[in-house]
Design a protein around this ligand. Structure first.
Ligand code: NAD
Length: 283
């Protein structure tokens, strides 16, 4: 038999193996993961997708979400037969995030996948925003992403295995988000989300030697729950006017994108930003 060569790592027709199933690449069977902002629309739907795909999941959010998180974790565990636990943490608080690291290892054993998603859009986030608005936005969105991604990748490296980090950036990382003739109030928000995107890219380069991938998604307008009861049909039409698909996205359309980036289906994808925005970013 010929000696193995460096080219053996590039199989040409894996589908010819009788046991090969490409859909297995989307599985998270046996994986452990956590989702920040887990009580929110995007977070809880990604937690559900990961649980259905076979992962044990920690849903992480602020203590004030306890009444939502506890029944959610119980429902997902029962429905999908995996372990889903609620964990409480303010992602902008370094001590709380350090404690989260201990809780994650105690409850799940390790972390293979992390959805770094907690975020806020604080009212008054325009050109004349008060310092407090800027500071709160950067603290939660950007510093929170740094702190929680840091514990995720440290656990992966300490435990000697790879993994996947998925960050929630935003359409607002790439433009001023046009509504009704002008920019929407996303001054610090957009800056924080652009920072997240670049941080995700940096980690992709730095962590590839450890088998850790790092990617971002940039959702456009998603009907995640935050707009419910806040906008009338006319506002819906005005907001979606610059969106080629003329509608909001859904939580499920985010969850499928995040499942792709978390799973081995995207095993050669790192350092990228996946726009999930109905085409808004083409303009
Ligand atoms: P959401 O408000 O339903 O969820 C956000 C969650 O983050 C909430 O459960 C909240 O309690 C949690 N959170 C806030 N501050 C926190 C903190 N300090 N520590 C821990 N958790 C905290 O909103 P969503 O629409 O699900 O948004 C999720 C993410 O997606 C956010 O980062 C948001 O900026 C981003 N995003 C949303 C949209 C959209 O249209 N919905 C578009 C682009 C990006």
């Amino acid at each position: 038999m010929a000696d193995a060569t460096i080219f053996d790592q590039y199989p040409l027709d894996q589908w010819k193996e009788p046991s090969h199933r490409i859909m297995d690449r989307f599985s998270l069977q046996g994986k452990k993961g956590f989702v920040t902002g887990g009580a929110g629309g995007l977070g809880r739907n990604v937690a559900a997708a990961w649980a259905e795909a076979g992962a044990d999941v920690a849903i992480v959010d602020l203590p004030r979400t306890k009444e939502t998180l506890e029944p959610l974790a119980a429902e997902l565990s029962a429905r999908y037969g995996v372990t889903v636990v609620p964990l409480y943490c303010d992602v902008s608080d370094r001590e709380q995030v350090d404690a989260l690291k201990t809780s994650l290892v105690d409850t799940l054993g390790t972390v293979d996948v992390a959805f770094i998603n907690a975020g806020v859009n604080v009212p008054g986030d325009d050109a004349d925003e008060p310092y407090e608005v800027w500071r709160k936005t950067i603290d939660i969105n950007l510093t929170g992403a740094y702190l929680t991604a840091q514990i995720a990748q440290h656990i992966m490296r300490e435990h000697g295995h790879g993994g996947s980090l998925v960050f929630t950036s935003s359409l607002s990382a790439h433009n001023a988000n046009f509504i009704a003739g002008g920019p929407s109030p996303v001054a610090a928000y957009g800056a924080s989300k652009a920072g997240i995107y670049e941080y995700a890219r940096y980690l992709a380069a730095a962590l590839a030697p450890y088998g850790i991938r790092s990617n971002a998604i940039s959702p456009g307008y998603v009907w995640s729950g935050i707009f419910e009861g806040r906008i009338v049909p006319e506002a819906h039409d005005m907001m979606t006017a610059p969106v080629p698909m003329r509608r909001f996205g859904t939580n499920e359309e985010i969850a499928t994108a995040v499942l792709f980036l978390a799973s081995d289906a995207s095993s050669y994808v790192t350092g990228t930003n996946l726009q999930v925005d109905g085409g808004y970013s083409v303009y």
